[in-house]
Design a binder for this molecule. Structure first.
Ligand code: WTA
Length: 631
């Protein structure tokens, strides 16, 4: 399969074609995949409802494209390299044939446990090969997977199970993460106390912990695959059948289930993977994300496997057993393409250069960054010490909702500017809009980042609530998909993402809605009200600052803080823990009762002298108290 663009000039030509004749362009790309039945139309769309259909009436199974069709030529090629948390443990390598067999075997096990096409399956797993196998096995039989990152709490899982009306959970007894081990099955058991749709739980034995198994409901993975055939017919899926749901935070309410469908997602993840990373057949490719996030879905599992690539999966963390772990793994497996997040780079940078300087890293050819804006200092360190000044860095901007990379350089083909994501991929039509929603045509400008034309891997709906999808993404600016990000465009048309312009906080590349965290804090019985904002943090990019009103000002603030953190951990997970908690007696509100976050943000950023106009506040005196008590 040859989807790769080979020069900047070719990129420009393709880009032009993709804008002038989008259907012809995507038709040509889509011809590189196997379809069980050809589509009869490339695209049907409007952004008003919205209603988006790609490769209309086509039939396919994404796993046939990711596995079966590679067997002939690449059956003995490595599909997956798994590197364990502990470097002393053995790593695992699976060829395309072996992965094919394991996926088929587990797909048959799912069927035997009663899972049918269209059923929703929650996957709450460690970063082990079985996670990828579980995801692909669902896709094989047409079940809709919804992976929940293994750092979320029982409450968060329960919310997702209920929203998705899932019938099965796939989990493990526990997981290794750096020096720690985390129980997973116990968390699932707790979640299931509040859910009545789950019929079966499959448990992978990862740590030999012997968790309690509920008779009739729980079954071991190794028992479930007993006697299963290693061939399972691939379920014929319509292009627009659901492939997966992935929950993500927005500015309002609970996380929403972003829905991706089969055909368009397949075409775009493979296309973007091969072009952005300038992938070559013999490459070893490593993306350090977790499969629990969209980056893991699109660029650990689907994009690389659809391309017949060797994808590396890492169980551990960047700093265990020491801050040289990433680089050791790169040298050990001869990694050619390395894709990570700015927060990891900053953490490793802070640990000192010695860790990186002791490895050769000479297999590396392309470096990638994702999840949040990368600051120039981190960019330069990454370029110099990891890339030895010879590897391009692709700064890939995209979102759970976009399914694939939207703005990015293409390996070493494109102009590269630190902290700039760069140009749109072919088929992607970004625009910047001003306050009034008017398109800004010039360069050297700043505005709200929107997309004015559909692309194959865009979200189709939010599960169970299409109106929510319309309101969140398609109602701000008529005829546009609104990203929630602000961006600049430089004199050469390169985009630089500034950050979110809505109430979403990006902590170490993980998205949280302020409302979601406030709700969690408010679940503490002592709390009356709270307001949460993000503020700049050296390693995490942004951290969470919470202003909390308690029934009475706590006599032991540290103890109260610990209790609030515990509540948040229970409600969402440790990853959503506020960095700072300030107790206040009131919040700055407008006369209509709206919290003026702008003021809270300034205080959290340490810029209390730049609060601006506070005269419209209901009670301007609360501001003095907040400023004086700032942490
Ligand atoms: C931010 C992650 C700057 C952005 C793939 C976006 C970025 C949100 C970049 C989506 C980047 C992601 N430069 N900001 N290269 N990549 N973002 O859904 O604010 O977890 O809206 O998807 O992360 O986060 P999500």
């Amino acid at each position: 399969m040859e989807l790769r663009i080979n020069s900047f000039e070719e990129y420009q030509n393709k880009y032009r074609q993709s804008v002038e004749q989008p259907e012809a362009f995507w038709d040509e790309v889509a011809q590189n995949f196997s379809w069980q039945q050809p589509y009869d139309k490339v695209l049907d769309w409007n952004f008003d409802e919205p209603n988006i259909k790609w490769f209309v009436n086509g039939k396919l199974n994404i796993t046939e494209n990711a596995l079966d069709r590679h067997l002939e030529k690449r059956g003995n090629k490595l599909a997956l390299i798994w590197e364990p948390n502990d470097p002393k443990e053995r790593f695992v390598r699976l060829t395309y044939r072996e992965l094919y067999e394991k996926v088929n075997e587990f797909a048959n096990a799912l069927k035997a446990q009663g899972v049918k096409k269209g059923d929703r399956v929650i996957i709450y797993m460690p970063m082990i090969p079985e996670l990828t196998i579980a995801v692909l096995a669902c896709a094989r039989i047409g079940a809709v997977h919804s992976v929940v990152f293994a750092g979320f709490s029982a409450n968060a899982i329960a919310d997702r199970i209920q929203d998705a009306q899932a019938t099965m959970v796939i989990t493990a007894d526990g997981l290794n993460r750096g020096p720690k081990q985390v129980p997973l099955k116990r968390v699932v058991d707790e979640a299931l106390e509040h859910c009545d749709t789950i019929e079966k739980v499959i448990v992978y034995n990862c740590l030999n912990w012997a968790p309690e198994m509920k008779a009739g409901r729980d079954i071991w993975w190794h028992d479930a695959i007993q006697g299963m055939e290693k061939v399972c017919p691939a379920e014929p899926m319509d292009s627009e059948d659901m492939l997966f749901i992935l929950y993500t935070s927005g500015s309002t309410g609970k996380p929403k289930g972003v829905v991706h469908t089969c055909g368009g997602y397949m075409v775009y993840t493979a296309y973007s993977f091969q072009n952005v990373f300038q992938y070559r057949e013999s490459d070893v490719y490593w993306c350090t994300a977790d499969v629990g996030w969209i980056t893991g879905h699109s660029y650990i599992v689907y994009g690389p496997l659809l391309s017949g690539a060797t994808t590396l999966m890492f169980e551990g963390v960047p700093t265990y057993p020491d801050a040289g772990r990433f680089w050791q793994v790169c040298d050990k497996h001869g990694v050619n393409i390395f894709y990570t997040a700015p927060t990891a780079i900053r953490a490793l940078m802070a640990a000192g250069d010695d860790h990186v300087l002791s490895y050769s890293l000479n297999s590396l050819r392309v470096l990638g960054s994702v999840g949040e804006p990368i600051n120039e200092e981190a960019w330069k360190w990454y370029h110099l010490h990891v890339g030895k000044s010879k590897c391009p860095i692709v700064d890939t901007w995209w979102q759970t909702e976009t399914g694939g990379i939207m703005l990015s350089g293409l390996g070493d083909l494109s102009p590269m500017r630190p902290a700039h994501a760069g140009l749109p991929l072919p088929g992607i039509q970004p625009v910047l809009l001003d306050q009034e929603g008017k398109t800004i045509e010039e360069n050297e400008v700043e505005g709200y980042l929107c997309v004015k034309f559909p692309w194959p891997s865009m979200l189709r709906t939010t599960y169970g609530d299409h109106e929510r999808c319309r309101v969140a993404y398609f109602s701000h600016y008529k005829g546009h998909y609104f990203t929630g990000d602000g961006a600049k465009r430089d004199e050469n048309g390169l985009y630089r993402i500034i950050g979110r312009v809505d109430d979403v906080i990006n902590v170490s590349g993980h998205r949280f809605g302020t409302a979601e965290i406030e709700q969690a804090i408010n679940a503490n019985a002592m709390v009356v009200e709270s307001a949460v904002v993000g503020y700049p943090h050296d390693i995490k990019g942004q951290a969470i600052y919470a202003y909390v009103i308690c029934q009475e000002l706590p006599s032991d603030p540290d103890m109260m803080r610990a209790q609030i953190i515990e509540t948040v951990t229970e409600q969402i997970g440790k990853i959503a823990k506020p960095e700072k908690i300030q107790f206040v007696s009131g919040l700055p509100k407008t006369r209509s009762g709206k919290i003026m976050r702008r003021i809270l943000r300034k205080v959290a950023e340490g810029e209390s002298d730049k609060l601006g106009d506070t005269s419209t506040l209901l009670d301007p005196t609360v501001v003095d108290e907040i400023v004086n008590g700032a942490l």
